[in-house]
Structures are given as structure tokens and as C-alpha cells.
Write a protein that binds this ligand. Sequence first.
Ligand code: SF4
Length: 358
Amino acid sequence: MPSLHLSRKAILFLRQAVIDFYAHQARSLPWRQKRSVYHTLISEMMLQQTQVKTVVPYFERWIRRFPDLESLAQADEVEVLGLWEGLGYYRRASALHEIAQIIRRQGHLPQTVGDWEKLPGIGRYTAAAIASFSQDTPVAVMDGNILRVLLRFGNIQRAFDGQAQALSYLRPLAERCLDSPRHALYNEGLMELGALICLPQHPQCLLCPLRSHCRAHLHATAESIPRFKIPSYRKASKARGLFFHRDRLLLSPMGIPSKPTALIWEFPEIPIPFSPKLLPPIFTGRRSIGLTRFTEKFHILKVDERTPIPSDGRWFSAAELKQIPLSGPHRRWLPKLREIVREEGGPSAPALSLQSGR
Ligand code: SF4
């Protein structure tokens, strides 16, 4: 697929307008106060799939507890995951912990985009962002915001199979547009413009410093760009059990025990052969993981000799539950579950009388 072409004049205009915009309108964010490799690494990992306003308090709390790579490398993984609780995609937290330990063993920071990409959880975007923002490496950083701005600037209306295809289409242009001496300002400015002005819906073209040269603005097509072929979502459902026994509640590790998410806990799934014997669910929650949309139905289960207990389950008291990382949706649903269990006069309502968060 041939790449988008922009004239030299348009590229020079783009660079200057983006850098001026960043100089005057960039948000004051905690990881921008004192740029360092460590702050950039933490913020970029947290920002994957997560909005800035959600990340800010997590970042501040993280830096207070783990101010540098050494303190993170020495930390216990349970505490690392506990600080991440609620941000979702817990593999990012485990990857950060592992990265800190790898760098400590190697005795030096990765120096190139390729070196960063070899570390767990670091893809092309994150590697380029760390290298450009904190190691003065002139490399084009490409995320969804930058993609949207450039596709609109060039009025590219073709439909892409997905973001990966659009990124590879744009990469040659993004590299040509890069302002090498001021690459960090340009990269951050383009991302900021996409986050604040060139919004996915309702782009603020009248406030945009690029509008005089933006082809999508000139053709009134901005809202229809970028175009992606509709992904096919999969539906799935799960039955979850509220197992109570002597004021304790049973939880299972999320994912496969050998994987990093094993240290995040959830209400256990009920084995399929047992499902037909269940009482009706007391609560239904919905969550998405990747392209799968899950419906989760919660059932109260009294524990007796006929109840199949998940083999990987562990019993937790109310006090212990406050200390362990619980998956985001299950922590969010806890107040509702507590309310319903109380109303139903469940077998051990006190076990759910917990703080719903930290
Ligand atoms: S003029 Fe509008 S469409 Fe073009 S870059 Fe600016 S906000 Fe986006």
C-alpha cells in the first residue's frame, strides 16, 4: 500500500505548528515535571489502554512508593500488583517489576529503541516514546492520537483492517515529518493535539493550529477519519460463585497460575457440570477483555460435601480481602454484591461487608 504523501511545505508547517501548540497548551502532568527514563517508563506503561485522568493518581502514588528502578526491583510482587489494582491489564505491572529486575541485573539502561523492545511488555510505541522523550533519540512515536491527526491532516479515507495496518501505512510519512532536532517536542505535541483538539468524535477544528493546511478540515471529512473495518466481537458468559464458609470467602487467581495475573484474585468460576444445580443468579455484571464481551452471573453457594470447590481457590477473611489485589470489575461490583447478599440474608453477609476500594 503506497504511503501518504505530503509536500515539503506542508511538513514544515506541521512541525512548527505542533511544536508551538505544545509550548503554549501542553497539560501539566506529573511525569512531565521532571522527565526521566523511569518516570517515562512508568507513565507510558500505565497509559496503555488507560486514560490520563485515571493514570495521574496511580502514577503519583506509585512514584511515592517506588521512586526509582532499584526500589521497584526490590519490591514484593504482591505489593506491586496491589498498587496497580483498578488499572486493569495487570500484566503491565508484572512486566514493570520484571523490567526493573532485568535492568538491575544488566547494570545499565537500554540505549536504543530495539533494546527497549526486547523487554517484557514493551512494544514499538512504548520503546519509541521512552527513547524520544527521555533519551534524546530522534525517532517517530506513533500512537492512536498521532495516527488520527496525520490521517486527517492528509484526508485519508481508506478503511484499514486495524490500527497495526494503519500504523505501517503511516510510518514512512511520520518519519519524514519528524523534526529531528526537536523530536521530543514534536512527538509530544502531536500526541497532545490528538488528545485535546483532534478528538475522535467532535474534533475542535476551529481551535486547531493545523486547520489552514488540514485536508480533512478543508473537505469537512474529519469525523469520518480514521476508518476501520468493524472488528468482530465475541460473546461469552461465565457463572461465578459466592462461596461462603465460616465468615470466609473463596477467591481464585485470575488466569493461569503460572502467568503473572495469578496474583490478582477474582470470585471463582463455577465448574460447568455443577451449573444446572444452581439457584438463579443474584447479580449480572458485564466486562470486556480484548475483543470478548463477557456476561458474568453471580450465584450464592453454600459449602457442603457436595459442592465442588475450585482446586486453585483460597479462603480469605474480610481483613485479608482488603489487602489483596482484586480484579477491577470484581472490586467495582463488590458494593452491589454486598447490598444484594445483605438483602437476601445470605449465609455470611459479614464476609462481604468490606471496603469497596482503597
Ligand atoms: S483541523 Fe480538525 S481534523 Fe484537522 S488536525 Fe485539526 S482538529 Fe484534526
